[in-house]
Design a binder for this molecule. Structure first.
Ligand SMILES: Cc1cc2nc3c(=O)[nH]c(=O)nc-3n(C[C@H](O)[C@H](O)[C@H](O)COP(=O)(O)OP(=O)(O)OC[C@H]3O[C@@H](n4cnc5c(N)ncnc54)[C@H](O)[C@@H]3O)c2cc1C
Length: 474
């Protein structure tokens, strides 16, 4: 780092320490600093920043943003750090992390809207809401934060029931670059409201999400492991359930092809008296190895708790693609995956998940004023390819190449068969993927106009360290 940059960042840290004292963590307090570096889910993001500022409330966040803006210091917003792209919820020694995990407010209005601070996790929000016999549409893993999930779209356990997480946001409270705290909803700043539903961190820092609630959603779920050698039947069953999802929006599913097993989540947004007939193609498979989660009558919270166990620290890379539903394509992807796995070092694991999203889910978004993601109204599969490898020993380039190869090859396979869709989900995308562009030219224009209107100086484009930003993602 150039000595002039070092001098500037040292001066900024001094300024932040004057205002926030011990809430600013720097390398001189070794143990606290190492803990701050190691917050993100993926070790690819354990890159030491110049400092970490732990902000307890919106007032403090406003002051911190003012300091970084005035000094033109690069910064990153972080909630739980679940995004594995280096620099998105992490930084380097030229930038600081504004950690908003402590924005923990929770208030249920008499209008039934849950007003929750953006530092909450889904586990925290579900638990609080369920005490009041209510539910909101959020993530499948209790540890994931609201911030990145809702700003990136947000695929829940039952995506066709009430749409994506972002679609369930009634109002965003947003800190703009000029220090104003504004609301964005269907009536107030409606352009910003729509842009935030999938448009990421391009426009401001969301300090509070006001969420649509529902009377407690009961969920019946089971997770089975199948033998991957039975891939033809597993893919056939996956497609059969996806087809059934078009008729019954209470059905949810994920199919994860992994190292030595295929994990299938069969989810239903109710407690039916009998086994859900739509899942029969899976019940009948002879390749069932074991049931890791027996049929449970639970809720979104208990499901998120079952799925959200703390995972071993590893480096991780992800990539995504969206296609139409096709058993033939799913088979091609399986074969491709089996080949790409052979190219990896022994300590790296490549796995992929088929995540269905259907017409009812798209419509639920439109009924709620539409989002910025430009989904086509057809049954679709949101693929996520994930490679995990240990910090020591394995080959970063090989792992990163594996996920890129999966995405590129699936793109060309699907394209040849006219099954490719433009959309790429921000939450599952690699930093190199043009997520914002995938929303379509009209939506890109909308986002550009919104960014120019609410952040005319381009603070969030110039000073944010990383992210799917309009500055380079269109
Ligand atoms: C184990 C696991 C399970 C997951 N399950 C699901 C799932 O079920 N469905 C799904 O759709 N996704 C899922 N994801 C993906 C997840 O939604 C994304 O990684 C998301 O970005 C996480 O958001 P975060 O706030 O927790 O993380 P962070 O990494 O802290 O934030 C992600 C990005 O959003 C920005 N950001 C965060 N908060 C704000 C804010 N308030 N204002 C402005 N910018 C902000 C950050 O700067 C960063 O660029 C999962 C990921 C993991 C690792």
């Amino acid at each position: 780092m150039a000595s002039s940059t070092t001098a500037v960042i040292t001066a900024v840290i001094d300024q932040l320490k004057t205002v926030f004292s011990s809430k600013v963590v720097t390398p001189d307090v070794e143990s606290e600093y190492q803990a701050a570096v190691a917050v993100p889910w993926s070790q690819t993001c354990w890159t030491p920043a110049a400092g970490y500022v732990y902000l307890d409330n919106v007032q403090e966040l406003t002051e911190a943003l003012e300091i970084v803006k005035k000094t033109e210091t690069k910064f990153t917003i972080r909630t739980t750090g679940h995004n594995p792209n280096t620099g998105f919820s992490s930084a380097d020694e030229t930038a600081i992390i504004l950690d908003i995990r402590q924005l923990q407010a929770k208030e249920l209005g008499s209008d039934g809207v849950a007003r929750v601070g953006s530092g909450n996790t889904w586990g925290e929000v579900y638990a609080w809401l369920e005490e009041q016999k209510m539910s909101a549409i959020g993530g499948r893993d209790q540890q994931v934060g609201l911030g990145g999930f809702l700003l990136g779209g947000g695929m829940g356990a039952l995506p066709n029931l009430y749409g994506l997480g972002a679609d369930g946001v009634r109002n965003f409270e947003v800190l703009l670059a000029d220090g104003r705290l504004v609301n964005a909803n269907a009536k107030e700043n409606a352009d910003l409201y729509r842009a935030l539903k999938g448009g990421g961190s391009n426009f401001g820092i969301v300090t509070r999400f006001d969420l649509e609630t529902h009377p407690l959603i009961n969920v019946q779920y089971t997770i089975n492991l199948y033998n991957p050698e039975d891939h033809v039947e597993i893919n056939k069953a996956t497609v059969a359930v996806q087809n059934a999802m078009e008729k019954d929006p209470k059905i949810g599913l994920f199919t994860n092809f992994n190292n030595g097993f295929v994990a299938v989540g069969l989810l239903y947004g109710d407690i039916p008296a009998e086994q859900t007939a739509a899942f029969e193609p899976f019940y009948n498979l002879k390749s069932l190895m074991t049931t890791v989660l027996p049929s449970t009558s639970g809720t979104l919270l208990s499901l998120a708790q079952a799925m959200g166990h703390k995972q071993e620290a590893k480096k991780r890379a992800i990539c995504t693609m969206t296609t139409k539903v096709s058993q033939e394509l799913y088979e091609d992807v399986y074969k491709l995956w089996a080949e790409v796995c052979k190219t990896l070092p022994a300590d790296a694991v490549l796995h992929y998940t088929i995540q269905p999203f259907g017409k009812a889910g798209v419509q639920a978004g439109k009924d709620r004023g539409d989002n910025i993601m430009g989904h086509e109204s057809i049954p679709q599969c949101w693929w996520v390819f994930t490679c995990e490898w240990p910090q020591e020993g394995s080959d970063d380039a090989a792992a990163q190449k594996a996920v890129a190869t999966m995405a590129e090859s699936v793109e060309s396979l699907a394209s040849e068969k006219e099954l490719l869709l433009d959309f790429k989900c921000m939450s599952f995308a690699n930093a190199h993927q043009k997520v914002l562009r995938s929303y379509g030219a009209d939506n890109v224009e909308r986002m550009q106009e919104t960014a120019a209107k609410y952040d005319p100086e381009g603070v969030f484009q110039k000073l944010q360290h990383g992210g799917f930003l309009l500055r380079d993602n269109i």
